[in-house]
Ligand binder design. Sequence first.
Ligand code: MSP
Length: 692
Amino acid sequence: MKRFFLTTAIDYVNSRPHLGTAYEKVCADVIARYKRLRGFDVRFLMGNDEHSQNVFKKAAEQGLDPLAYCDQMEQEFRRTWRRLDVSFDDFIRTTEPRHRAGVTDITNRIHAAGDIYEGVYEGWYCVSCEEFKQEKDLVNGNCPLHPTLKPEWIKEKNYFFRLSKYQQPLLDHFAAHPEFLQPDARRNEILRLIEGGLVDISVSRAGQSWGIPLPFDPGSVVYVWFDALINYASAVGLGGDQAEFERWWPADLHVVGKDITRFHAVIWPAMLMSAKLPLPRHVFGHGFMTMNGQRMSKTLGTIIDPIVAADRLGHDPLRLYLVKEVSFGGDGDFSWERYDERYNVDLANNLGNLVSRVTSMAGRYRQGRLTSTAAGSDRLARLADTVCADYARTMDAFALHEGAAAAYRLIDATNEYIASTAPWTLAKDPASADRLTQVLFDAAEAIRLAAVLLEPIMPTSSREILRRVGASPDALLFERDGRWRTDGERVLLQEGSLWPRVGADHRAANRVGADPRVGPTKELTTVSDNPLPPDGASPGAHPAPAAAAPSTAPSTSAPGTAPSTPAPSTSAPGGAPSTPALAAERISIDDFMKVELRVAKVLTAERVPKSNRLLKLSVDVGTEQRTLVAGIAEAYEPEALVGKTVVIVFNLKPAKLMGVESNGMVLAASPDGGKPTVVSFETPPPPGTRVR
Ligand code: MSP
């Protein structure tokens, strides 16, 4: 089996994880899961960088022994990564004995190669960066990354690593392996830096107790960066289990931020060259997450706790946002508004709705059993082929956002397919029975493929979707040769086509909402009938009741606005007097304006159990999502309403109908004895628009 060893940067533990550090872990996790999907034996390493002076200081501030402080922080980090469903196989801490063994081993090798010499360092040091700074690096005398912190001037005995010696070997390596450092922008930047000349670097600190003693001068400790980089090799056995080391080294990929790419693409490979060890195959320097365009910083109040973000909508929606909204390699921005918006569009509307509609129709019309009856949709099948190829190509190139976009192309096309084939209309015509089965089969198959492609990004939701379309999550594999493999029942790749052969079937596609295993967790709202509104967007404007059926306008006026005398009667066209009753009930414009009518878009629709008349709708009213109940089930199939733009009474008090709370009323005209027709538009205005 092919192996894939990937790593993230190991985090400083002087503060808790934030969305920026989490971004890196989620992206690396998507790559790890993608590789597993492709049949690789994956080893995904993460960890904590503990020998920093800041950590030492932080522990002292809290009156803790540094190791005890690091133990506590490890729990914090692990809790965060668990919450985000990050599937690391190994977690290393630089205070572990296995790491010390690796550091000792590699430092001795470099020393033996004659690449470490003793000297004196006199110059600036930024404790926050844990970096020796040259005068030219400073801005107004301060570190550009930590402008409020004056760097320290230090003069101490240091051991130096002959980095300068590796300038040409590094340039040669970059030339021979253009894929070594990605993306291109990062590669060009680092190449310029190497071409500009490399100076030898300090690899030890004097007079400090917190760190790994230098093997050949235990009075000094190894400089924290020199120490930290070695974690990647010590985690897989360097200086300990040689067989294990040979099995996994060199690493296939280091995923690190752009601020520390230099350490990974210049210093680390030079250290390995000196130690005569193979170099990692790829380093990927990702961009930075900002919040509302600002750098994530505690002082600016722009730090986002990834747990809070995951709790708001679920870990899968957060992961999807981070991967789909940011081009991997570039910088990306996070805002709560955009996060909510993307959730509604990508998850509630596009994916959640599609799964809900298709599985509920499969249940209602075909008892959850769909057998392929004909050749199926050529267009969808062809698109699926292209999408899967694009997905594999872009994911292999670490263009994660493009992989996500490819999967979404299939979802969009399936939504269009459902809209254009209108299965609810086919269901009314017995002559279209086969066609209906095939349409639902095709849609379910497209959903299954999309769920497979999205699994690395949204593991929980994808598995739930697969279950709902009757596919086993174990069907989630590409063949090792890069082709899709059979899941035991269906051949997924035949003669260049992914589409299952005639006679293949989907089972259990009727489970939606009826399965006790479907819990109320937010992950599953992505595939539920009625996605939860985002926490922050819960009704700020008062919910209003929906009526089971459209009701008439209020017959009494509110105090203070009721006309004391009947409004003057007007003449109907043709001069006939209007009826006295009508004239007497006329209301003022103020009365009318009290009724807040708004445009709403139907997101989901389903029957209210045990009722022939009621439909439960979730609608987008621009500022929020609402659930309402409407008495229009006899006139409308639920699926036919999804996507429709209607008018609702926005400010009615909530009311419970057959146990479902309704928060608004859909306007509809009900001719005597006839079925209601909902009020709609020729050109739908955006949800939330006031109607008057
Ligand atoms: N301890 C060093 C790494 C040593 S690796 C041998 C370190 N730690 S860190 O905690 O400061 O950063 C950990 C990772 O998070 C780094 O790759 C860093 O680039 C990344 N990020 C920190 N802030 C970030 C954003 N705002 N956005 C994206 N990634 C960010 O550096």
